[in-house]
Ligand binder design. Structure first.
Ligand SMILES: [Zn+2]
Length: 282
């Protein structure tokens, strides 16, 4: 996705254009009058046509994710290298892949259990997604650990990317971030950490939520440790256990940031060994 495509999509996917289509049970966007026929042609020719809907059911989504587990390109090194390029701000799109990779790392075959959302894996029973919109959110630099169906859309594009070359400067940037996090007061919350990072302009091409996304990924790696749940790098926590752990977090930590990042405090520090395990090979 180049800058031209991104700027056209920005006009379409601004908040004001979005609405919920109850009849079709999906979120849609209107094409604003400022979008020309040639703009639409650019989008269509690049594979990023707006309102590119696909309906997923639990069984097939899970099957596709388990297939990605076996994908030769989708290794820890590949996902970690992309994340570093996202962290530096060079490739904001690359921020999500490690998170998606960690979700499928220990995912296992099972039958749907529950009502609308699977109580085991958190995938919906069925859901319609605008794939272009979802990818657009990644191209502007967002990443998150909820709504696992989105990871499928993300990974199926990510495996088409080349393995990035990691430079000394990329490694220095992540070293700078870790040292900065380690300088936290014992009582520092993830919210305060984010504000400190913002004030010192440590992370390029970010806003508050994009910084949360980067920190949440470090938490899912176990690099920012917590005592409430195992990070996805270590094990797959089933959805019902995650809901229970989140209740404990709300009562004891009063954090408005979800797990595992919500369970981190300054005194938990940084797990340097884990960092070396994941990023040391690059
Ligand atoms: Zn499931």
């Amino acid at each position: 996705m180049n800058k031209k495509i991104l700027s056209i999509l920005k006009k379409i996917y601004s908040h004001e254009n979005g609405f919920y289509n109850a009849a079709l049970n999906r979120h849609e966007h209107k094409i604003p009058a400022t979008i020309t026929a040639s703009d639409l042609e650019v989008l269509n020719n690049s594979g990023f046509a707006p309102n590119q809907f696909e309906t997923f059911d639990h069984h097939h989504a899970l099957e596709r994710m388990l297939k990605l587990q076996q994908h030769k390109k989708l290794t820890l090194d590949f996902a970690a290298a992309l994340f570093l390029k996202g962290l530096t701000g060079e490739m904001p799109r690359a921020r999500q892949t490690l998170m998606s990779y960690l979700y499928i790392k220990h995912l296992f075959k099972h039958n749907f259990s529950g009502k609308n959302t699977c109580e085991i894996c958190g995938l919906p029973a069925t859901e319609t997604i605008d794939k272009t919109h979802q990818l657009y959110t990644y191209y502007i630099g967002h990443s998150w650990n909820e709504m696992p169906l989105h990871f499928l859309v993300e990974l199926e594009e990510a495996v088409t990317f080349d393995m990035p070359t990691i430079s000394h400067a990329d490694k220095q940037k992540s070293a700078e971030l870790l040292a900065f996090i380690e300088a936290a007061d014992k009582q520092e919350t993830p919210g305060k950490l984010e504000k400190r990072i913002a004030a010192h302009k440590i992370l390029d091409q970010t806003d508050k939520y994009k910084r949360y996304g980067i920190l949440q990924t470090l938490a899912e790696c176990g690099i920012l440790p917590n005592t409430f749940i195992k990070p996805k790098y270590e094990a797959f926590t089933i959805q019902t256990d995650l809901w229970k752990a989140s209740e404990n977090l709300t009562t004891s930590f009063r954090s408005d940031i979800i797990l595992p990042l919500g369970g981190w405090k300054g005194e938990n520090g940084v797990d340097r060994e884990r960092y070396a395990e994941i990023f040391g090979g690059l």
